[in-house]
Structure formats: structure tokens, C-alpha cells
Design a protein around this ligand. Structure first.
Ligand SMILES: *[C@@H]1O[C@H](CO)[C@@H](O)[C@H](O)[C@H]1NC(C)=O
Ligand SMILES: *[C@@H]1O[C@H](CO)[C@@H](O)[C@H](O)[C@H]1NC(C)=O
Ligand SMILES: *[C@@H]1O[C@H](CO)[C@@H](O)[C@H](O)[C@H]1NC(C)=O
Ligand SMILES: *[C@@H]1O[C@H](CO)[C@@H](O)[C@H](O)[C@H]1NC(C)=O
Ligand SMILES: CC(=O)N[C@H]1CO[C@H](CO)[C@@H](O)[C@@H]1O
Ligand SMILES: [Zn+2]
Length: 949
């Protein structure tokens, strides 16, 4: 599914920086230090900190009947389906939007059985004398047994058909059903999206099947390995267009139940998984180019006609060609549609041949949208197109391997985006956006391994929970590391062989290792098989911190935890040790690589008393590095003296480490580059989160104000007093940092600048003078400095906006007001579906909780409205984790912790069983925050005061 459900937008990336927990980077490192202090203790007990605990709680229903298990039995295989669906885009007499459908599936019996168990959820079946829910006939001259009884297992989402006699092995049957369901607005299954055009309300019928909602559209064997061919037909009213995975074969007028409707048939799909199906019925229009390639960009007429799809159109074909080349495999389908939907839960969804997007992930308006918006579009498109092969052509056997699918697409999205936009250096952002983000969550004992056992992920809720930071970002980080040590060309070659061997079928991750192993025998020297190396990274949670002592050349590894004394209660076959590819560089020239295969080792070339040594170049490895104090000093001296000499800028991002963090920020007054600033700001974000309500806040602001002022002035100059865009792409990004940090710390001239722009806009709402890249910052600061007038104007502009990226920025800006009553009113607005789209609600709530005044309001609000919010807004997957993480990220007192624990108990006592992982992580994070504050607050305070002396 679409990347970035987590902090979904590029917004998150600048504003919250670390979002999830990447904030922890800096913080995390400071804990390394305390870990160091404790070293002797830990070593004495070597490895004994692991405690074995109970098996995962049982998830299957108590009974042992096949229909009470969540997994399908292995008795039947679907071959093909014929499905006809007819969504009604106007409500019926009861005010309900419905769809009707007919579907048949050809199934082959592979093990004798008298049961047919097929997924079906929230569908109502038509009963006639001829048909008792379903009709079974034999294919190819076989006769079918009589149906004795049909019923529904609500919990396991099955329709169960009991037959009088057994089905025969090797024979095929046709199971036919007629049904209807609700076309609801819950962003899942077959659902509706709405928008207004020229004052007229328009309804779109669309789908989101992943992971387990195809069963809400028609009865099917809804597991990824149950691949089949789908013949789809859609019925729709005049004036609408129907799209599906295959190309339209033709549209004709038909009369059904005395109604004239259009009937569109589609070419049969390739053999594919149910979760990749999609249908869209709309009044959308499209762009197509090049004509022969059948690549189309679809969306609201107004958006397409105003050119919002042009950018997507210009990059989609090149990216598709790039990927064909990268995989050395032709794009397997005859067309590729990209559709932007006004209501969409994730960032995008890789339905085979019919990719669906949030508008913000596909549309870009150069006049209005920022660079980040553009970067977001190109990476999301690449991410989704990368799935066309990896995920769609070759599919994981079961959801426990989702990480391979998502991690891979997340990794490749940077390669394809770099190809489409070669001047952006987009690959450098992978460290900030993926690796560091993964570190944040993966340093918790409540993290989890990338790969789960198949039997640990069974219920739809368990499957939903897998769509998290570990799956996406750690998956990407670990595959990037693999590609780096194998070399990119060997990696691509192995991939090509993998796609060829397993096309149209399903795999487990070891199948990929096998293919990569075959190509790496000849070329690359590895210390162990790929399987042995990689198992340590994917079967155990967490990652190591590698400590290099340049005085002795000794090098050691240890499981990195933000709370070093936390009890790791998940056993690991590998004892939380990894096979670590350690690359290093000495004093900018001398480079080497060394595999650390044991807990400790010694490596002569790493010994040095004069040179600085930097390890994990480009942060290509998924691990952190710590050094002896002398080497830290040398690195720091190097950084302060001549930071440009550390030739790859990205290294600075890596060594801006936390305990040193404050000292490393001293040189920032002369830094102008984006990556070091961005890294510093992300790290400092944690200080703001912890201290923005304490006495440290004042000194922190004073200190940072002095660091950022030269940067702010620099941009003022190179933009000719804010009238031009900086010419370099990375500078365009860094300009955002300059302005937002300057305003945040009260640099003179900043607030005036943002208010001036905003006022100009208020005077003339039809002409927004604010540079697109700076809009987020300007909206936020001007609304914070203003009152109800500024807020109401922003709200009006939000409601009038027809550009998703613009609406998103306002949604954020509105959360910045300092007026409690405006914040409370805003909160009330967010759960009013006519005012804020469901897809945006969590973002809005999380934005408000990022406001120091809004945070307690949100916490009360969410607890008071919990059941209502969850019932109406949970889109299955992302809602809960996103909300909890966002609301609790400032928690740092015992009182906060008690409230959180109390909340956990309340939820446990209610009917919501999901999301426990998110709460556990929040509790652990809160504990770590409390500890960090108690250990560091005084020191930070004193240090800051010293600096201003
Ligand atoms: C399913 O649809 C295909 C294509 O329209 C048709 O050829 C086939 O006969 C149908 N199968 C059955 C069993 O109706
Ligand atoms: C299906 O049946 C249930 C129970 O009778 C009813 O509440 C629901 O509204 C029906 N759904 C549709 C789409 O008709
Ligand atoms: C359907 O009928 C309408 C008039 O009844 C006609 O204008 C239209 O072209 C027809 N469409 C197709 C696909 O035959
Ligand atoms: C691409 O595939 C073809 C045939 O499948 C093969 O001959 C060729 O060597 C491959 N190229 C690369 C770069 O792997
Ligand atoms: C990461 C870490 O904690 N390493 C060093 C950070 O800086 C302090 C102060 O110089 C050192 O003592 C730590 O060893
Ligand atoms: Zn994806």
C-alpha cells in the first residue's frame, strides 16, 4: 500500500521532523552514552538479559471447525472469477448508497471436501427458490453435489456452504452468487468518495481492497496466494466512466430491471491476488501520454483541466521505463492508470494496472505547491509502480512477508525518483526519511522483527497492524544495506532472476535470498550465506550499536535500546547479535570494510591515535556507531574546524549524535547546507518536545536564535529579500528550515515577514503572494501570531481549496493558533465529516497535539470521544497508531504515564482489541522520556546557560 501512511505527507517530514520516533535519533545516542557507563555490568552478564516469555496470545477462535479458523482450508483453488458490479451513485429510499453484484468463481478441488469456505464480509445475499445464497454447478461435464446448508461466520468473515456429497479431487465447479452491499464512506472495500464541482455534488465509487477488503465487494478467496484471473464487468449510469485493472473492452447500453445503464467490460486480468483488484466509477477525465503506452492520469475534471496532473503524466512513463530496465522485465500489463481520489486513506495503492492515489500524492500545481509536494508525488508514483513487479507479479505468500513487499518498494522509490529528477540528490534523503525513522521505533523493546511467523499474523486486525514504520522504513533500510554489500548490479541481477522464476506466483523471503545467492557466488566475497547474514536482520527486532575503540582497534556490537535496562522479553535465536558490514574511512581518504560477525573483535587498521575514523559510510548499514571519546573529539574538531572536509555531507548527518549533539550544533552558525541542518533540527525537535513547557525553553531558544540568524540572513540575501527562489534545489529545502527555525526562535524580522505575507493574502484572497515552499511555515506562524480573523480566513481558504496539497498546508497552519477556544473549536470541526474529510482527521488531530497549548486539549478530547472517533474513523490500518503516537509524543512525566496506563486499561476493557502495540510503544516511549528528562535536563540547562555567558 501507499507509502507514508505513517507521517504520510512530506509535511510531516519537515514539521514534525521525526514524526514517529525518528526524533529519537539524537536522544537515542545519548543513551548510548549511559549504556557505555554501564558497560561492565552488562558484559558481566553477557546475553543473560533476554528473558523468555509466554507464547503470543491465541488468536483463533476456540472451536476447531474449519470455519472458525481465519485461514482458508487448502482444499480448493480458484481458477477464475466472473464478476459484475453495479454501484449506485445516488442514495436509495432509505438514504443508503448500495451496490449490487453477481459473481461466479471456477474452483478446482485439490483435496476431498464437502465444504466450500469462501470469504464474504458485510454482503447480503439474494434468496430465491432456485438459489439458497449460492448455486453450485459442475464444469467440464462434472455434476455438482447438492447444497445442504449455507451460513455466515461473522467473526472469521466466511460464507460456509455444506454439501451433501464431497467434491471430487481434480474436478472443477462453478459457484455462483448474487448479493448486495453498502457503498459506504469508510475508505475501505468498495466505497464512495465525494466532491463538489461547479456547485454540484459528485459521487465516485472506488475501492481499497488491501489487505482484507475484497471480500467486502464480492465473495472471494481473499488471501494473497489464491491468485486467479478476474473477468470484470461494471454497470454504471450515463455520464460516468468505469475503470478496472484491465483495459476497457467496450461500453454498451443495456436495460436491466427496466433501467437503462451503461455496461463496461474489461479485458481479463493476469493471474493475480484479490487485494490488488480495483474498480473506479466516476465522472473523472484523463490525460494520456505517450498515446501508444496507454498511460493515463485520471482525476476531477477541474483538477485535470487546470494542469494538476501534468507533472504526474510527465514522470510516469519515464519511471515505468526505468523500472522495466531495472528489473530487466517488461511491464506485464497493457495499460497503467493512475487515479487521484478526493477521499483516500493511505498515500496510494498499487492495484495492478489501476493505481489509486490520494490527490496530494498524484496532483502537483507548480504555482501553488511546494518542492516537497513534488518530491512526494514522484516518490509515491515510483513506489507504486515498483510494486507492479515486486508485489504484484511476484507476491508474498502471506502477509507476514509484507515487509519485503513494502520495504522493497520504499527502497526502489528513491532510485526511480532519482532517475526522474536527477538534480535533486533524492537518494541522500533516504537516510533521514527511512533509516533514521526506523531507528526511532526499532530502539524500543516493544518493536518487533521485520518478518513474523505465518501463524502470528492471522486476523484482519493483526494484518492491519503490520503496516507500520518497521515494515516500510526498516524494510527499506535493510534492503538498501543488502544491495550495498552485494553491489547494486548483483542485487538487480538477482532480482531479475527472482521475478522471472516466480512470475504470477507467490514466494517467501527466502526465495529472494536464494536468487541473490546464486548471482553472488561468482562476484562477491561474503563471510556467510545471504540467508545467514539476513536472518539476523529480519528475524530479530532491533539493531546494533557498533562501538569502535580507535585506541585499541577493538570493535564490538550491542543491541541498541533507548532504555538500556529495559527487559527484552522476546527471545532471539541469534541472541541479538548481527553480522554487520562495517565500512570505514580514516581522515577522509583511507577506506575499508570489515564484517563484524561476533560480539567483539579486534581489527588493527581501526587503531589510530591521530586520525579521525568515521564508520558506516553514507549510513549504508542499518546500525549506529559509537567511538571512544578521543575519536569523538577528533571528529568534532574536524566538524567544527572544517566541516566541508568530511567530503560526503551525509556523514555529518550521521555524526551529529546526541550527547555530542549540543556541541555539534555550535558550528551551525556557519553551516548553510540542507542535510546537516535538517538532521540537527530533527534532533533538536526532541529537545523542543521535552522542554517546551519547562524553564529550559527560554535558554534553548536564545541559543538557537543565534545559530539560525546567519542562515536566515543568508537566505534573505540570496533570495533578494525574499523575492526569488534560491537556485539550488537543496537550498530551496533549507530555506524552509531557515524561516521556520528563525520564527520558532524569534529571530527579528521573521514574524514580521510571515505576517506581512499573510496579511497581503487576506487583503486579496484570489492572489496568494506566499512562495509555495514557505506556505506551511507562513500559515503556521501568521495564524499563531494572529487571532480569530486570521484563523477564520485560513479556514475559509481551506474550505475553498481545490488543491489537495494546499488544503493540507492550511489544515496544518490552523493547528498553530495559540487560542484555546479556537483550538477546541477546530477539534470539534475535525470530526464533522462535512467539514474535514475522514482521510485527514488523524492528521488534523495530531497537528493540534503538536501545539503546546493544543496537546492537553487533544488528549482530553480523544479520551472523551474515544468510542465515537474509533467507530467512525478507524480505516482499519493506520488510524490508531498514528493518533496515539502523535498525541503522546510530548509525554514525559509520571502523571502522563499514569494517564496513559489508565487509558490502556480502559481500552482493554472496551470492545477494541486492536492497537495494543501502539499503546505499548507509547508507554515505553514515555518511560524513556521521563528517564531522559531526569538525567539530562539540568545538564542541558547548564550547558545552554554557559553558552550565553
Ligand atoms: C465467464 O466469463 C467469460 C468471459 O466473459 C466467459 O467466456 C465464460 O463463459 C464465463 N464463465 C462462466 C462459467 O459463465
Ligand atoms: C444487509 O442486511 C442487514 C440485516 O438485515 C441490514 O441491516 C443491512 O442494511 C443490509 N445491507 C444492505 C446493503 O442492504
Ligand atoms: C447509449 O444510448 C444513448 C442514447 O440513448 C446514446 O447517445 C449513446 O451513444 C449510447 N451509448 C453507447 C455506448 O452505445
Ligand atoms: C536481461 O535479460 C536478458 C534475457 O532475459 C538477458 O539476456 C540479459 O543479460 C539481462 N540483462 C541484464 C542487465 O541483466
Ligand atoms: C554517542 C556518545 O554518547 N558518544 C560520546 C558523545 O559525546 C560525549 C562527550 O564528548 C562522549 O563522552 C560520548 O562518549
Ligand atoms: Zn507499498
Amino acid at each position: 500500500m501507499g507509502k507514508g501512511f505513517y507521517i504520510s505527507k512530506p509535511l510531516g517530514f519537515v514539521l514534525f521532523g521525526l514524526g514517529v520516533g525518528a526524533v529519537l535519533t539524537i536522544f537515542a545516542l545519548s543513551v548510548v552514552y549511559s549504556q557505555e557507563k554501564r558497560k561492565n555490568e552488562v558484559n558481566a552478564r553477557d546475553g543473560t538479559r533476554m528473558v523468555t516469555t509466554a507464547a503470543p496470545h491465541s488468536t483463533s477462535a476456540p472451536s476447531n471447525e474449519p470455519w472458525d479458523k481465519y485461514r482458508l482450508p487448502d482444499t480448493l483453488l480458484p481458477e477464475y472469477y466472473n464478476v459484475t458490479l453495479w454501484p449506485r451513485l445516488v442514495p436509495d429510499e432509505q438514504g443508503m448508497y448500495i451496490f449490487t453484484g453477481k459473481s461466479g468463481v471456477a474452483l478446482t478441488c485439490v483435496k476431498e471436501t464437502n465444504l466450500i469456505i469462501i470469504h464474504s464480509n458485510e454482503l447480503n445475499f439474494t434468496l430465491t427458490s432456485e438459489m439458497h445464497h449460492a448455486k453450485l454447478t459442475g464444469l467440464g461435464g462434472t455434476s455438482a453435489p447438492v447444497i445442504l446448508k449455507t451460513w455466515f461466520q461473522i467473526q472469521t468473515q466466511f460464507m460456509v456452504i455444506l454439501l451433501k456429497e464431497k467434491l471430487q479431487v481434480g474436478k472443477s465447479y462453478w459457484l455462483y452468487m448474487e448479493f448486495h452491499g453498502e457503498l459506504s464512506d469508510d475508505l475501505g472495500g468498495f466505497y464512495r468518495s465525494q466532491y463538489t464541482e461547479n456547485g454540484v455534488k459528485k459521487v465516485v465509487a472506488t475501492t481499497q481492497m488491501q489487505p482484507t477488503a475484497a471480500r467486502n465487494a464480492f465473495p472471494c478467496f481473499d488471501e494473497p496466494s489464491m491468485k486467479a484471473v478476474f473477468h470484470l464487468t461494471l454497470l454504471h449510469s450515463a455520464g460516468t466512466v468505469a475503470l478496472a485493472n484491465g483495459m476497457e473492452l467496450g461500453t454498451e447500453n443495456v436495460t436491466i430491471d427496466d433501467q437503462e445503464v451503461l455496461q463496461t467490460r474489461f479485458e481479463p486480468t493476469e493471474k493475480m491476488s484479490t487485494y490488488l483488484l480495483a474498480f473506479v466509477i466516476s465522472e473523472f477525465t484523463n490525460l494520456r501520454s505517450p498515446p501508444e503506452a496507454n498511460i493515463r492520469i485520471w482525476g476531477r475534471r477541474e483538477a485535470i483541466e487546470s494542469g494538476q496532473g501534468d507533472y504526474a503524466l510527465s514522470v510516469t512513463f519515464p519511471i515505468l521505463k526505468y523500472l522495466e530496465n531495472y528489473y530487466n522485465t517488461t511491464y506485464p500489463l497493457s495499460k497503467s492508470d493512475q487515479v487521484a481520489l478526493p477521499d483516500f486513506a493511505a498515500g496510494a495503492m498499487e492495484n495492478w494496472g489501476l493505481v489509486t492515489y490520494r490527490e496530494q500524492s498524484l496532483f502537483y500545481d507548480p504555482k501553488v505547491s511546494s518542492n516537497e509536494d513534488k518530491e512526494w508525488v514522484v516518490t509515491v508514483i515510483t513506489h507504486e509502480l515498483a510494486h507492479m513487479w515486486f508485489g504484484n507479479l511476484v507476491t508474498m505468500r502471506w502477509w507476514n512477508d509484507l515487509w519485503l513487499n513494502e520495504g522493497f518498494a520504499s527502497y526502489v522509490s528513491y532510485l526511480g525518483a532519482d532517475y526522474a529528477e536527477p538534480t535533486w540528490n533524492i537518494k541522500d534523503l533516504m537516510v533521514l526519511q527511512q533509516v533514521q525513522r526506523a531507528f526511532g521505533v526499532d530502539a524500543l523493546v516493544s518493536s518487533h522483527p521485520l518478518s513474523s511467523r505465518e501463524d502470528e499474523v492471522i486476523t484482519p486486525d493483526q494484518i492491519d497492524q503490520l503496516f507500520d514504520t518497521i515494515t516500510y522504513s526498516k524494510g527499506a533500510a535493510v534492503l538498501r544495506m543488502l544491495s550495498e554489500f552485494l553491489t547494486e548490479s548483483a542485487f538487480a541481477k538477482g532480482l531479475h532472476n527472482y521475478l522471472h522464476e516466480y512470475a504470477y506466483s507467490n514466494t517467501v523471503y527466502t526465495d529472494l535470498w536464494k536468487k541473490l545467492q546464486e548471482v553472488s557466488y561468482s562476484s562477491i566475497q561474503l563471510p556467510a550465506s545471504i540467508n545467514e547474514i539476513m536472518n539476523r536482520w529480519i528475524l530479530q527486532m532491533g539493531f546494533p550499536v557498533v562501538t569502535i575503540d580507535t585506541r585499541t582497534g577493538s570493535i564490538s556490537q550491542q543491541h541498541f535500546l533507548i532504555q538500556p535496562d529495559a527487559v527484552v522479553d522476546k527471545p532471539s535465536d541469534y541472541n541479538y547479535e548481527w553480522f554487520v558490514p562495517v565500512t570505514w574511512m580514516k581522515s577522509g581518504s583511507n577506506m575499508g570494510q570489515h564484517w563484524l560477525l561476533t560480539k567483539t573483535a579486534s581489527y588493527e587498521p581501526m587503531k589510530t591515535d591521530t586520525d579521525w575514523l568515521l564508520a558506516n559510510l553514507n549510513v549504508a548499514g542499518y546500525y549506529r556507531v559509537n567511538y571512544d571519546p578521543q575519536n569523538w573529539e577528533r571528529l568534532l574538531t574536524q566538524l567544527t574546524a572544517d566541516h566541508k572536509n568530511l567530503n560526503m555531507i551525509i556523514h555529518r548527518a550521521q555524526i551529529i549524535n546526541i550527547t555530542l549533539a549540543l556541541r555539534t550544533t555550535k558550528y551551525l552558525y556557519e553551516e548553510k547546507e540542507y542535510i546537516p541542518w535538517e538532521s540537527a533540527i530533527r534532533n533538536l525537535e526532541y529537545f523542543f518536545l521535552m522542554f517546551d513547557r519547562t524553564e529550559v525553553y527560554g535558554p534553548l531558544q536564545t541559543y538557537l536564535q543565534r545559530k539560525v540568524k546567519p542562515l536566515f540572513d543568508h537566505f534573505k540575501v540570496i533570495t533578494s529579500n525574499w523575492t526569488r527562489k534560491p537556485p539550488r534545489y537543496m537550498d530551496q529545502y533549507n530555506q524552509i528550515n531557515a524561516v521556520s527555525m528563525a520564527c520558532k526562535t524569534g529571530v527579528k524580522g521573521c514574524s514580521e515577514l510571515t505576517r506581512m505575507w499573510y496579511r497581503q493574502w487576506m487583503k486579496n484572497p484570489d492572489s496568494n503572494p506566499i512562495p509555495p515552499n514557505l506556505k506551511i511555515t507562513v500559515y503556521c506562524n501568521a495564524i499563531a501570531a494572529g487571532g480569530v480573523e486570521e484563523w477564520d480566513f485560513g479556514w475559509q481558504m481551506f474550505k475553498n481549496s481545490t488543491i489537495a496539497a494546499e488544503a493540507e498546508k492550511l489544515l496544518y497552519g490552523l493547528s498553530c493558533t495559540k487560542e484555546p477556544w479556537l483550538l477546541n473549536r477546530y477539534l470539534e470541526f475535525t470530526i464533522e465529516p462535512n467539514l474535514v474529510r475522514k482521510q485527514d482527521v488523524t492528521f488534523a488531530i495530531v497537528y493540534i497535539s503538536g501545539n503546546v497549548i493544543g496537546q492537553p486539549l487533544v488528549w482530553d478530547f480523544v479520551r472523551a470521544n474515544w468510542e465515537h472517533i474509533t467507530k467512525d474513523y478507524d480505516d482499519g490500518s493506520f488510524f490508531f497508531g498514528r493518533l496515539i503516537q502523535g498525541i503522546t509524543k510530548k509525554f514525559s512525566t509520571e502523571f502522563d504515564l499514569q494517564q496513559l496506563q489508565r487509558f490502556k486499561e480502559d481500552i482493554a476493557a472496551s470492545s477494541f482489541s486492536f492497537g495494543t502495540q501502539a499503546i505499548e510503544q507509547a508507554i515505553e516511549q514515555t518511560k524513556a522520556n521521563i528517564k531522559w528528562v531526569s538525567e539530562n535536563k539540568v545538564q542541558v540547562m547548564n550547558w545552554l546557560i554557559e553558552q550565553s555567558a
